[in-house]
Write a protein that binds this ligand. Structure first.
Ligand code: G16
Length: 566
């Protein structure tokens, strides 16, 4: 007989926290902040209220420190707040794209994800919680704003007693009788393995047999070698299942695939600075043709070619756009493309060539949601190493790898050849992002205030600056607003843009994913129809100098160089 324990709803008094304002993608703070009295409880209660009391949810996350405690807190609060059914990922390990997959597959009302994405993990590092809506994507600003409004005055939350403690280590279904003193309802918890559903979705999109025989089959003259670095994030089991078990890649192709609570003490951020092992492996072994790294929750992906050839996320998006109509899943009803504003406009050139529309959104995957839901777009991506498509409502690191493997299989070229051919056809958008991490919040604010003042007085428009033998003239300066063409909502102040008459662009914005202080991001881009084989640092050097001078960044921060360059 199945044991069906009885639990009772209890009201708990609490004091509000004023800092529970979700950033670009969820609430991210130090673990110690989430461990404060009722901090996590308050946020979950506020989230459920703001989301309109969902009945069915999926819960899991990137496996970082404090995840299991947070999942249990969430289960108890959900049980008391009218949730009927809660799917929880085995061991709590749920990549962000797999969460989106499950919400869509089972038609759930939403999902609660314990993730701080690419931020480091561990007792003194970061934790995060984000809510995804019933379309499978990050909650839109209308919900996230409501969460912080509710949290700022919350004085009670509801939980159950005795408290439930879930065993996440095996597949299971648990049912609880929840009493409120008058009535009784059921609350069920289903522990599931997300790998099966995600793998099935990938098989609907990609021709596994073709990729397997082209890249890993016996007919290939030299074996295809790749190195996929999961950075001890959540993607390990997914990558091993799909790339090794399904496609037949050698087991050694997938590394750092055991999820760890502290990501092995490293920063699970797939870029040239934080994935140095992968970069040096490819540089020292020219026979490895393809490299990729994922972030903690598996939605970001860095793509590398032979000898560590780096593909900027903006170029990666454009190349995928160029080939997307060769994949039957997309070709029958191909819609437009979209990119976030700071992303270099390489994809725009592909859209123009294909006669498709391109939408420029604010930073944050949530802004793609409406465009995808209304089938305005098939493909979207951002400079922050995220790309995705109509298959889900989140960016998807492993899907990005599959797209590239598919392109390599159909072109029979390597990543470097594919990208150079792309530049030759469309021209090249040289692009660099400078990150100044761990600045004081005040330094970030002063920089943005200064730029805002420049927008107000417009005095730099028309100003000329001689860099080398080229004279640059500021054409315009503004702060980007995104107007959602579907629901009419407006997201203001999404990044200061400075355009030069010669076509260069500089953007400054503050990161919305840090857990404390400020990270200032500077984005520099310049298009060349010819001369596509150049060093971005050299090509962009005058643009960077002008951007730093106009923004007075070094003066405000005391920094002479960025922490990370991508
Ligand atoms: C999140 C969002 C992305 C966004 C990125 C920007 O990524 O999901 O859509 O591009 O933040 O971060 P920032 O505000 O720091 O520039 P993730 O992978 O951290 O969830």
């Amino acid at each position: 007989m199945i044991h069906q324990p009885s639990v009772e709803i209890v009201r708990m008094s609490t004091s509000p926290y004023k800092d529970q304002k979700p950033g670009t993608s969820g609430l991210r703070k130090k673990v110690k902040v989430f461990q404060q009295d009722n901090y996590t409880e308050n946020f979950i209660q506020s989230t459920l209220l703001a989301a309109g009391n969902p009945k069915t949810l999926v819960v899991g996350g990137d496996g970082r420190y404090f995840s299991k405690e947070a999942i249990n807190i969430t289960a108890n609060i959900c049980a008391a707040n009218g949730v009927d059914k809660m799917f929880v990922a085995l061991d709590g390990i749920l990549s962000t794209p797999a969460a989106s997959c499950l919400i869509r597959k089972f038609g759930l009302d939403g999902g609660i994800l314990m993730t701080a994405s690419h931020n480091p993990g561990g007792p003194s590092e970061d934790f995060g919680i984000k809510y995804n809506s019933n379309n499978g994507g990050p909650a839109p600003p209308s919900i996230t704003d409501k969460i912080s409004t509710i949290a700022s005055t919350l004085d009670e939350y509801y939980t159950i007693k005795p408290a439930i403690k879930l065993d996440l280590s095996c597949l299971d279904i648990k049912e609880f009788k929840v009493h409120d003193g008058i009535t009784m309802r059921w609350f069920s918890v289903v522990i599931i393995n997300p790998l099966d559903y995600y793998t099935q979705l990938m098989k609907e999109i990609f021709d596994f047999d073709m990729i397997k025989s082209q890249l890993f089959g016996k007919s290939r003259v030299t074996p295809f070698r790749m190195s996929i670095d999961c950075m001890h994030g959540v993607m390990g089991p997914f990558a091993r299942r799909i790339l090794v078990d399904e496609l037949g890649a050698p087991a050694s192709s997938v590394v750092n695939d055991i999820p760890k609570e502290d990501f092995s003490g490293k920063h699970p951020d797939p870029n040239l600075t934080y994935a140095p092992d992968l970069v040096s492996k490819l540089r020292s072994d020219p026979h490895i043709e393809f490299g990729a790294a994922f972030d903690g929750d598996g939605d970001r992906c860095m793509v590398l070619g032979p000898s560590g050839f780096f593909v900027t996320p903006s170029d990666s998006l454009a190349v995928m756009a160029n080939f997307i109509d060769q994949i039957p899943y997309y070709s029958s009803n191909l819609a437009g493309f979209s990119r976030s504003m700071p992303t270099a406009p390489a994809v725009d050139r592909v859209a123009a060539a294909k006669g498709l529309k391109v939408y420029e959104t604010a930073t944050g995957w949530k802004f793609f949601g409406n465009l995808l839901d209304q089938a305005f777009i098939s493909l979207c991506g951002e400079e922050s190493f995220g790309a995705g498509s109509s298959h889900l409502r989140e960016k998807d690191g492993l899907w990005t790898v599959m797209m590239w493997l598919n392109i390599i299989a159909i072109t029979e070229c390597n990543v470097k050849q594919i990208v150079i051919k792309h530049w030759t056809q469309y021209g090249r958008d040289y692009f660099l992002r400078y990150d100044y991490e761990n600045c004081d919040a005040e330094q970030g604010e002063r920089l943005m205030d200064h730029l805002q003042q420049l927008i107000k007085d417009q005095s730099i428009v028309g100003k000329r600056c001689l860099c080398g033998d080229v004279e640059y003239e500021v054409e315009s300066i503004d702060n980007f607003s995104y107007y959602d063409p579907i629901d009419g909502s407006v997201a203001k102040d999404q990044g200061v843009r400075i355009f030069f008459k010669t076509g260069e662009r500089v953007v400054f914005r503050l990161s919305g994913t840090g857990s404390s202080g400020a990270t200032i991001r500077g984005y520099f881009s310049s298009y060349r129809a010819e001369h596509v084989i150049g060093d971005p640092e050299k090509v962009l050097s005058p643009v960077i100098k002008m951007g730093l001078k106009i923004s007075k960044l070094e003066e405000f921060t005391g920094r002479s160089k960025p922490t990370v360059i991508t």
